[in-house]
Design a protein around this ligand. Sequence first.
Ligand code: SAH
Ligand code: SF4
Ligand code: F3S
Length: 441
Amino acid sequence: MPSAPKTFHIKSFGCQMNVYDGERMAELLVDTGLAPVAPGEDSDLVVLNTCHIREKAAEKAYSDIGRLRRDDGSRPMIALAGCVAQAEGAEAQARSKMIDIVVGPQAYHRLPEMVAQVARGGRPIDTDLPGLAKFSAFPNRRRAAPSAFLTVQEGCDKFCTYCVVPYTRGAEISRPWTDVVAEAHDLVEAGAREIVLLGQNVNAWSDGDRGLDALIRALADVDGLERIRYTTSHPADMTEGLIAAHGEIDKLMPYLHLPVQSGSDRILKAMNRSHSTDSYLRTIEKARAARPGIAISGDFIVGFPGETEQDFAATLNIVDAVQYAAAYSFKYSARPGTPAAVMDGQIAPEIMDERLRRLHDRIAVHQLAFNRALVGQDTRILIERKGRQLGQMIGRSPWMQSVHLETSAVPGDMIDVTLISAGPNSMAGAVRTEPISRVAA
Ligand code: SAH
Ligand code: SF4
Ligand code: F3S
């Protein structure tokens, strides 16, 4: 049985919300006296913060557990956290003696107590979905990356027929206005220049009659905060107010991630997506009218049960119609317990592979065209990290591209550049002025 740990490591898989949760759990563990180790180093406690969205994502958690046994036969204390823990943690723990703790995404406030229970010989499980309890347990933010995540909304009520999120993250719930604004202030004080508001359906956020656009407007008044983004949005929750905000708030970046999943109305219906290709395209049109040049990104699933070649052709068509600046595409993965998993017409893996390839190619054409059209443009970028070459730094453009450049600027600096060349996945920039705003040390 593992004894009381002194050091820990948290490994997060999946979406940005898991990254956020991982950061908060780390802060919580540090507060209880544990020390973090660098990735790859041995630690007394390992938290696997898992993702259940596709079969491959879920498998990663289990293969990682196997690799945690040390050469001498001992092993660290292991906590299975995140969406796999929520979905099948109890069964997994019954099968594997290596899993000491099972903790679901809304129970992280109990993690320190659960660690103590293991040291006393317990094997605690908590997969309750109490809503927002974890947030009040997390300590104040003391350190932040130049671009920091801030979860404002959890859960999903949409029940797309392929998706596990409503089961692993529970019902839609919004954090209160005052808590979010306070955390934003903390993050800025801790060094953040950009805040990315997160939620499984972030644009469903509300507090009373105030929606996400009102929250963004308030955050735009926070001194020292230069940029605001939000992700992921559902097309059905794109309000007129939020679209208008893109034209009215300079700090709100010209980037909208709006997953469509398919270009076929028949498939969208079978997916229970609650938007049509028509309503989706109208939303994109309005966003472009509000903020000309806005980068549109999206998610796609190929090979949903019953998807014909004709349905897939409609997906390629919507890619052309929208001309995405970026898009993520996935092979449909049947998830246990979801309605689509038992639908007729499951698609053969070879067909999915082939459709995924064609979709990638089509998206890449538009992505490169979007980047190329920006060559010659003057813009401001936020420096995020060092590049691979000496003196090279990598920052982010307003449209979300990575921009490589040579500069003495450091992470957190904002600098004016001219975009000088474009690749499919990134751009190069030349500095016009040295740092025009620097983080207060
Ligand atoms: N709430 C967001 C998506 C969260 S999941 C939305 O509604 O857009 C992120 C992406 O994973 C989804 O947009 C979808 O494209 C993909 N995805 C979800 N379930 C999947 C499954 N069973 N198989 C393949 N891809 C899936
Ligand atoms: Fe999943 Fe659909 Fe909810 Fe997105 S909206 S999290 S795809 S159920
Ligand atoms: Fe994965 Fe859970 Fe996020 S299933 S995508 S980690 S909400």
